[in-house]
Design a protein around this ligand. Structure first.
Ligand code: HEM
Length: 403
C-alpha cells in the first residue's frame, strides 16, 4: 500500500481537450489504476478517484466517507461553499440527511415519474409547437432544454403553469456564473417568494404536488420541519434538477445531430430505444464533472492507496463511465448498449433524488424533437459551440439550430 505525496498534483477542475471525451488527465489517472492527488483553489490536494469500482467503493461505503461540507477536510469548491451549503440536507450525513431524503422520496419514485409521463409528453409538445411557430435559427438550450425541466418541476411541486416563467427566469440566473451577486440574490428571493406564496395557498387548496405534501403533512401535521425549511426544500429541488437535466437534454441533442445512425435507431422505435438511449447518453456525457465530493472519516485503502481520515476526495464520473473494465468500447456512443452500470446519477446513499424524473424528461424530449423536425441541423459550425468546462455540470452555452 502507498501513501502518495502531494507532489505534482495537477490543478482541478480539469478541462477537456476534446469536448466529447473526459479530461485527458482523468483518463490517464484511471489508467494508472490508483487514486491520485489534484490541487484545488485553496492549495489543498484531495484525491481524485477515477476508476468505476473505486468510486463505487467510496460512495457505497457506510461511515468511512462523509458528505458534510462543513467538515474541515471536505474539498470545498470555494471558501463560500460551507457557508452557503452548510445547512443543505444533501451536504450532510446520517440523521441530518436521511429523514429529509425520506420526506422527498415519494414524489420522485420510478412509479410517480412514470405516472407523469403523459403530462411531460404534453408539455414537450407545447414547447415544440412554440418552436415550430417561432423564428429560426433558435437556441435550443434556452427554448427547449432549459424550458422543459422548468415546466416539469413546476408540475411536480404544484406551481401553476402560468407562473413557470418566474421559476424559469430565477433558476436560470442562479446558475449563471458571471451574474453579479445582487442579481442572484434577487433571483433567489423571487423564487423563494413564489414558492412560499404557493405553499401557503396549498393549506386551503391542497393537491397532490410536493409543496402541498410538505406544508400539510410535514409542517402542519407532523411538525417535522418549519414552513421556511419546506420552502427551502422546494427551492433546492428546483436548483438541483434544473441545470443538470437541461444540460443533458442539450448535449443529447448535439450527440444525435452528430451521429445520424444513432438518431435513426432511436426514431425507428422510440418506445424500445428511448430508455437505453437515455442511459447511454448519461454514460457518454457524464456531465456532473466536479462532484461527488467526500471527506474521509476513517483511514481506508482505495486501489492500494491509504486515504487518511480528514483527507478530501473528488470522484470523477466522466472517467469512470468510460472505464473499459466495465463498458466495452467505452468511447463509442451506442444507444443499443445493454450494460447499464453507469454512475452518472451517483451511487450509494446520496444517489440522485430526481433521476427517475429526468429519465422520463430525456426519453420524451429527444424522440419528440427529432420526429417533429426531421431536418434539424446546427445553425453554426460545430467548432463555434461553447461548452462550460470547469463548472459543476458540463454543458452547452447555446445550441443554435435550424431546420
Ligand atoms: C440529468 C439530470 C441529473 C443528473 C446528471 C444528476 C446527478 C446527480 C448526482 C451525480 C448526484 C449525487 C451527488 C453526490 O453523491 O454527492 C445527485 C444528487 C441529487 N440530485 Fe440529481 N441529477 C440530475 C437531476 C436531478 C433532478 C431532476 C433533481 C430534482 C428533482 C435532482 C435532485 C438531486 C438531489 C436532491 C440530490 C442529493 C440527494 C442526496 O444527497 O440524498 N437531480 N444528482
Amino acid at each position: 500500500m502507498t501513501t502518495e505525496t502531494a507532489a505534482e498534483a495537477p490543478s482541478f477542475p480539469l478541462t477537456r481537450g476534446c469536448p466529447f471525451a473526459p479530461p485527458e488527465t482523468a483518463t490517464a489517472f484511471r489508467e494508472a489504476d490508483a487514486p491520485r492527488r489534484v490541487t484545488i483553489w485553496d492549495g489543498s490536494t484531495p484525491w481524485l478517484i477515477t476508476r468505476h469500482d473505486q468510486i463505487q467503493q467510496v460512495l457505497g461505503a457506510r461511515g468511512a466517507f462523509g458528505a458534510d461540507v462543513t467538515d474541515p477536510g471536505f474539498p470545498n469548491t470555494s471558501s463560500a461553499q460551507p457557508t452557503v451549503e452548510g445547512e443543505i440536507f444533501f451536504r450532510k450525513d446520517g440523521d441530518e440527511h436521511l429523514p429529509i431524503r425520506r420526506i422527498l422520496n415519494p414524489d420522485f419514485t420510478a412509479k410517480r415519474s412514470e405516472a407523469l409521463r403523459p403530462r411531460i409528453a404534453e408539455l414537450t409538445e407545447v414547447l415544440l409547437d412554440k418552436l415550430e411557430s417561432g423564428s429560426r435559427p433558435v437556441d435550443l438550450v434556452e427554448e427547449y432544454a432549459l424550458a422543459l425541466p422548468t415546466v416539469v418541476i413546476c408540475e411536480v411541486l404544484g406551481v401553476p403553469y402560468e407562473e413557470s416563467p418566474v421559476v424559469h427566469e430565477s433558476s436560470k440566473k442562479l446558475v449563471q456564473l458571471s451574474l453579479p451577486m445582487e442579481e442572484k440574490v434577487a433571483a433567489h428571493q423571487a423564487l423563494h417568494e413564489n414558492l412560499a406564496r404557493n405553499m401557503e395557498k396549498k393549506r386551503t387548496e391542497p393537491d397532490d404536488g410536493l409543496l402541498s405534501r410538505l406544508v400539510n403533512t410535514f409542517v402542519d401535521e407532523k411538525e417535522q420541519i418549519s414552513f421556511e425549511d419546506a420552502v427551502r426544500l422546494g427551492t433546492l429541488v428546483i436548483g438541483a434538477g434544473h441545470e443538470t437535466t437541461a444540460n443533458m437534454i442539450g448535449l443529447g441533442i448535439l450527440a444525435f445531430l452528430r451521429e445520424p445512425e444513432q438518431r435513426a435507431i432511436l426514431l425507428s422505435a422510440p418506445a424500445t430505444y428511448a430508455g437505453s438511449a437515455t442511459e447511454e447518453m448519461m454514460r457518454y456525457w457524464s456531465m456532473v464533472q466536479t462532484e461527488p465530493r467526500r471527506v474521509c472519516l476513517e483511514d481506508t485503502e482505495v486501489g492500494g492507496v491509504l486515504i487518511k481520515a480528514g483527507e478530501g476526495i473528488i470522484c470523477n464520473l466522466p472517467a469512470a463511465n468510460r472505464d473499459p473494465e466495465v463498458f466495452a468500447e467505452p468511447e463509442t456512443l451506442d444507444i443499443t448498449r445493454t450494460e447499464r452500470r453507469h454512475i452518472g446519477f451517483g451511487f450509494g446513499i446520496h444517489q440522485c433524488l430526481g433521476q427517475n424524473l429526468s429519465r422520463v424528461e430525456m426519453q420524451e424530449a429527444w424522440p419528440r424533437l427529432f420526429r417533429r423536425f426531421s431536418g434539424l441541423r446546427l445553425a453554426v459550425d460545430e467548432k463555434e459551440l461553447h461548452f462550460h468546462d470547469d463548472a459543476l455540470t458540463y454543458g452547452l452555452e447555446e445550441l443554435p439550430v435550424t431546420w
